[in-house]
Ligand binder design. Structure first.
Ligand code: XXG
Ligand code: FE2
Length: 343
């Protein structure tokens, strides 16, 4: 790791996904989920949430196979672009300076292959979008308000944890036991996370997390999918997470990209905010009501592309949470432990 000053990261802002059928992707993300189309090109859509004042939170680009091209963070000032370049150079990572407009709406950027194998972009300047906060008349679907987090699949959770700590992220919650770290939630903005790690073959993108203001918006999304007989797009939930306290649902888009729509996490901005540690054996950690997590949620994820747009090879996991005997995963042969107070 490096002693260089890391870039001052403001927050996670957007991801670019490759989709194989842009019309199908538009149907899912715009017509069903209700994201705002900020710009459209013949082979790309730029989408955002209703509360966002930045140009986009998601780029959907037509391509031959589903993938995540890059994950993007905003940094506080132009100087932080130099810091990002120096920081990743020092780690021996490949870096690229991209002129403004390489991605529509985004100013000059530094794109890197990070030590975990993800293509990550840092930018400061971004085109402003029209304020739609109180345009209730325009809202549809899950009424997505803003982008919240990336969840990435990595084979070595401690290595991911160390890397993001070095980048200046703080840790809100973990899943662990005495010896092993199975998952961690890391933040720069004052919420539970900007990025979280799921253990597994990686690098892969696990999901993009979007915030809605009300739990009924999460439920309405499920009702809409049911009414349209599109219920197979619902993968997990709705439910209440133990980690983060979020009320959530996970959906899969037509290419299998996973999206989480959630509400009701909490503030982490106090300087002495402490990490909350879940024991890996606690069946409430991933679903507070103890509902089983479907196996696909642990095993399936989106391949990522390198800086040249080629698929990044994956390495197998070193230590999997699903290999641990836990009650709530619905995996293995473990049965639920009765509550001691009720027998
Ligand atoms: O945002 C999240 C998650 O990373 O998607 C998953 C908050 C909590 C969880 S977990 O499944 O651990 O409850
Ligand atoms: Fe999430």
């Amino acid at each position: 790791m490096t002693n260089l000053t890391p870039p001052d990261v403001v927050r996670s802002v957007y991801a670019e996904l490759v989709v194989t059928d842009l019309d199908r992707a538009r149907w899912f993300w715009v017509d069903l989920l209700g994201m705002v189309v900020q710009a459209a090109e013949p082979d790309a859509l730029y989408l955002r949430g209703y509360d966002e004042l930045t140009h986009h939170n998601l780029v959907l680009r037509a391509g031959p196979a589903p993938a995540a091209s890059h994950l993007a963070y905003r940094v506080r000032s132009a100087v932080d672009l130099d810091r990002a370049e120096a920081f990743f150079d020092h780690l021996g990572c490949r870096t690229l300076r991209l002129p403004a407009g390489t991605t529509r709406g985004i100013g000059e950027a530094v794109r890197v292959t990070d030590p975990l194998g993800f293509t990550v972009e840092f930018f400061h300047q971004v085109a402003r979008a029209e304020r739609l906060v109180q345009r209730y008349d325009l809202r549809r679907g899950a009424e997505i308000a803003r982008f919240d987090h990336f969840n990435i699949v990595v084979p070595d959770i401690p290595a991911a944890f160390r890397h993001y700590c070095a980048l200046g992220f703080r840790c809100s919650e973990t899943i662990e036991d005495g010896e092993t770290l199975y998952a961690a939630w890391m933040y720069r903005k004052q919420t539970v996370h900007d990025v979280a790690f799921t253990g597994g073959a990686g690098p892969r993108l696990h999901h993009l997390g979007f915030f809605a203001h009300e739990s009924h918006q999460v439920l309405r999304m499920c009702d809409i999918l049911g009414s349209l007989h599109q219920e197979t797009h619902i993968e997990r939930g709705p439910g209440r997470h133990g980690v983060s306290n979020a009320f959530y649902v996970y959906l899969r888009d037509p290419d299998g990209h996973r999206v989480e729509i959630y509400t009701s996490d909490y503030y982490t901005g106090d300087p002495d905010h402490e990490t909350f540690r879940w024991n890996v054996h606690d069946p409430r950690r991933r679903d507070f009501w103890g509902n089983a997590v479907i196996e696909s949620w642990y095993t399936e994820a989106t391949p990522v592309l390198d800086l040249d747009g080629k698929p990044q090879p994956v390495t197998d996991t070193r230590c999997e949470e699903t290999a641990v005997t836990v009650g709530a995963d619905g995996l293995g042969t473990v049965t639920r432990t009765p509550n001691p107070s009720t027998g």
